[in-house]
Design a protein around this ligand. Sequence first.
Ligand code: GRF
Length: 187
Amino acid sequence: MRSLAVFVSGNGSNFEAIAEGCRSGAIANCEVVLCVCDKPGAKVLERAKRLGVKTFVFSPKDYASKADYEREIADVMDSLGVDLVCLAGYMRIVGEELLGRYEGKIVNIHPSLLPAFPGANAIREAFEYGVKVYGVTIHEVNATLDGGRILSQVAVPYEGDDFDELVAEIHKAEHKLYVETISKILA
Ligand code: GRF
């Protein structure tokens, strides 16, 4: 049995898709053993409770440094035997402590075809730019924002003008791609 930790700052729809993927067997022999969240009160915590997933919730301001909270997170992950860390809407740059202790085992999902539109407002920026093909990227995590070797991508063609509809389509593509990609990584 493989163990995943999923890091989330807000909503957690990708977290839920991954947890359901494990439950359904779409990701074989795997379990989400931990949800790490840096925002007490985030919606993902309701999802984690409903799905029976253990949480580690913290406020960065309660720690003297990033290394301090990352050390605590890594200790919890070590104790649970985490094999792979999946960032899913985790709005922080991962620091040296976590990168060092989970080297080559941290992946992230980003709602654009990287290297186009890195950063926190990718969908909005692509929409305002007027692109006709949007997309989703899953990549290894290193010290650069949305950098790291690309593991998988999918294009999401959209020529409409309804931003909410576009966001919904991108999220649907994200959930599918993340489950497929985790499955491939673990195989
Ligand atoms: C997703 O669009 C993901 O690509 C980005 O943050 C969003 C998280 O959505 N990094 P959710 O919390 O999984 O619903």
